[in-house]
Design a protein around this ligand. Structure first.
Ligand SMILES: [Fe+2]
Length: 239
């Protein structure tokens, strides 16, 4: 199955994901075993925590890309951008990357971010021509407390991403239940592994594909884990 994983921390030496090229290769091999053939390397950018130089990211990305190609995996650039008040400037000035050179931005929030902040930052992206993909929305207290927030974000034009570990229950029962609710309400556009290593935050896209096929049917699983992320990369989707 040619699964696409849009959320990973497999470029070494830039955040709390892979530390060495060997770590990156171990993640690539696990992704390959999971049926993943396309990956967006969405390393963190978070002020005062993860501020890698773009040049370092791009250099290390190229080394990982060569290893990915040996395994038959296509690798694309990206960033998980922790929302801040200057994020539009950071994107416009190309200091920070969008997803696979599209207008889509993987936007991360703190688990305790206020509803109003999440909505305002998404609106700022949308009104400047960017399309937010809200990263692992199942983690945010504001979304957990009130699913209306997710409905409102989707109505505004945002995409929603959830983690494969949450879907299959490796991140606890409540996260799993919440993901089920989102899926049943058709509020999910992407699943990503958010893999950081091959230990606790390991790739689980294959397991998730199997789970979704069994629970919701093969067509839904293929749409969510193969077709939709493929469209993101290839159609440079704007809508
Ligand atoms: Fe992440």
């Amino acid at each position: 199955m040619p699964i696409t994983d849009i959320h990973t921390h497999l470029v070494f030496g830039v955040d709390d994901g892979a530390r060495t090229l060997d770590d990156s290769i171990a993640i690539l091999k696990a992704e390959k075993a999971d049926g993943v053939t396309r990956i967006i390397a969405s390393s963190h950018y978070r002020r005062n925590m993860f501020e890698p130089k773009l040049e370092t990211y791009l250099n290390n990305f190229e080394l990982v890309k060569q290893e990915a190609e040996k395994l038959g995996i296509e690798l694309y650039t990206g960033c998980e951008y922790h929302a801040n008040l200057d994020m539009v400037d950071g994107l416009r000035s190309k200091r920070h990357l969008t997803m696979a050179n599209t207008n889509c931005v993987l936007a991360e929030f703190a688990n305790g971010s206020e509803k109003s902040f999440i909505k305002e930052r998404c609106y700022a992206l949308l009104s400047n021509g960017y399309k937010p993909i809200v990263a692992h929305i199942e983690r945010y207290q504001a979304a957990r407390k009130d699913i209306n927030l997710v409905r409102q974000l989707v109505d505004m034009g945002c995409y929603v991403q959830i983690n494969s570990q949450s879907v299959i229950g490796e991140d606890g029962f409540l996260a799993k239940q919440y993901c089920k609710k989102l899926i049943n309400e058709d509020l999910v556009h992407f699943v990503g592994s958010d893999t950081h290593d091959v230990a606790s935050r390991h790739p689980t896209m294959g397991k998730c594909m199997e789970y979704l096929s069994n629970k919701y049917g093969e067509d839904y699983a293929e749409w969510l884990m193969i077709n939709n992320p493929q469209e993101l990369i290839f159609n440079r989707r704007k809508g």
